[in-house]
Design a binder for this molecule. Structure first.
Ligand code: ADP
Length: 248
């Protein structure tokens, strides 16, 4: 097991630059998409050129997805904090993903005292949790080169989320684990970089953990991880909180 503590670096600047570029690229992509549509409508459906246009459309879609992620990210989460019951909050987020868990027989274990009520930035927290969640799901499954789900990696796929308050700091602690594929040590200091992905061009964008990292940094929090190849991964998140309203 490897425990890594991660320091703030130039990511915020890279993020700003990236979202600037994203804006610039959006228009030309729109033109390519429209022109491809126009060409396609003038062709017979069985012409080989139609296949080429499909490749173009797919590539445009993929680029658009990356750009949407970047732009969404650059405008997210203001400063507002709201008193939040963490148990209900996380349960609501997970319930949006219930279908994928059921379909793939993934067990979700959730450990959180129902009195854990803390002031948090709900938007930021949502981005953090959704990205950790979707990575955990990916780590439990095998995909083909087109990014389509093939099967589960092991017989008892499981995601565990543990939430508690560290009274000494004081901070909100979230431990997010999966018993999936784990990571090679050599990647563990790159995974938070924008566009770093090991999932291949049709599955990953490499923005998930970058968003997680940046959101946590904005909240003055920390993220680190333990991972073992073929055993699984745990992300540890610690976010300072101002007051503890009520805790059992
Ligand atoms: P993406 O999911 O699009 O690849 P991320 O930034 O979310 O982008 O993740 C970057 C990389 O970190 C992934 O490609 C994967 O190699 C690794 N990773 C993230 N979460 C996990 C996990 N729970 N288990 C194993 N590897 C992970």
């Amino acid at each position: 097991h490897e425990r890594l503590s991660l320091q703030a670096n130039k990511m915020a600047a890279i993020g700003e630059l990236a979202s600037g570029i994203a804006h610039e690229i959006r228009n030309p992509l729109g033109i390519i998409r429209t022109q491809s549509f126009i060409i396609r409508s003038s062709l017979d459906t069985c012409e080989p050129t139609v296949k080429s246009l499909e490749y173009i459309d797919n590539a445009v879609e993929r680029a658009s997805k990356t750009i949407d992620n970047l732009l969404n990210f650059s405008k997210i989460s203001g400063e507002t904090t709201e008193r939040t019951n963490m148990r209900t909050f996380i349960e609501n987020i997970v319930s949006l993903e219930r279908e994928i868990l059921t379909k793939r027989n993934i067990v979700m274990e959730f450990n959180c005292n129902s009195y854990t009520i803390v002031p948090i930035n709900q938007e930021a927290m949502k981005h953090i949790l959704i990205n950790l969640f979707s990575n955990a799901v990916d780590a439990l499954c095998v995909y083909d080169s087109n990014g389509k789900y093939v099967r589960n990696l092991n017989d008892s796929p499981k995601i565990t989320v543990e939430v508690y308050i560290n009274k000494e700091e004081p901070s909100l602690m979230i431990n997010f684990s999966d018993n999936g594929i784990g990571m090679d040590k050599k990647y563990s200091d790159q995974i938070f970089n924008p566009f770093f992905t090991t999932k291949g061009p049709n599955k990953g964008t490499g923005l998930g953990l970058y968003i997680v990292y940046s959101e946590i940094s904005k909240l003055n929090g920390k993220i680190w991880l333990e991972s073992e190849l073929d055993k699984g991964t745990t992300f540890f998140v610690s976010i300072p909180i101002k007051l503890i309203t009520h805790e059992k």
